[in-house]
Write a protein that binds this ligand. Structure first.
Ligand code: GDP
Length: 204
């Protein structure tokens, strides 16, 4: 499938509770990351739509799960991240419950794209997500975003470091460098999404 398939994404709906989700059929891939990790920019770069993931930033909607429809059977899902440590314990608890339930219970969820700023990768938040994904037996694709902010050597080093860390994990976890501003890494991301969405590769 050409990457233009992902350009067709359009905002479908926002939900605050799992009970509001659509019927659990078809295939969806979810994006998650700490606030400011570059998640919205990654979704916008993938879909070639500047404002698509902005909805998740509207005050009051930050705790919502946003759905972007690709076609009748496939969606991208923008999951809320709770940001830095300074959030009320109650909000954190609600977020944990929502995300953990979603990752465990959603059959149509085929994979999780975990966004990490390449300059501060693998924080407590990321470890928690990886733990939950492991328990839910869910494949994960790590995007080391803002790679344009690092020089060639440092980029190679962080990719190497994170590749080594994921070797210790039991599940299907991969990692790549990504830059939304330089449009780098989009093809590699599309390949992983195609795999999860069961889209035949080119030349087939
Ligand atoms: P989110 O909170 O995870 O959705 O993060 P955003 O996508 O809003 O990005 C947070 C900040 O990082 C913004 O100022 C973006 O312009 C910047 N940013 C995101 N991706 C990149 C990138 O690939 N390169 C650079 N240089 N900056 C980026």
């Amino acid at each position: 499938m050409p990457k233009s398939f992902y350009h067709t994404a359009s905002f479908l709906t926002s939900v605050a509770r799992l009970s509001q989700l659509s019927e659990d059929v078809g295939a969806e891939v979810a994006f998650i990351g700490r606030s400011n990790s570059g998640k919205s920019s990654a979704i916008n770069a993938l879909t070639q739509q500047k404002g698509l993931a902005r909805t998740s930033k509207t005050p009051g909607r930050t705790q919502l799960i946003n759905y972007f429809k690709l076609d009748d059977d496939r969606s991208l899902v923008d999951l809320p991240g709770y940001g830095y440590a300074k959030v009320p314990a109650k909000v954190k608890q609600m977020w944990e419950q929502l995300i953990d339930d979603y990752l465990r219970s959603r059959d149509s969820l085929k994979g999780l794209v975990l966004i990490m700023d390449c300059r501060h990768p693998w924080q407590h938040f990321d470890q928690q997500i990886l733990d939950w994904a492991g328990i839910a037996n869910l494949p994960v694709h790590i995007l080391l975003t803002k790679s344009d902010k690092l020089k060639f050597g440092a980029r190679k080093a962080v990719l190497h470091e994170i590749s080594n860390k994921i070797k210790a994990l039991a599940g299907d976890v991969k990692v790549q460098l990504f830059s939304a501003t330089h449009h780098e890494g989009i093809d590699e991301l599309c390949e992983r999404l195609d795999e999860w969405f069961a889209i035949p590769q080119k030349n087939q």
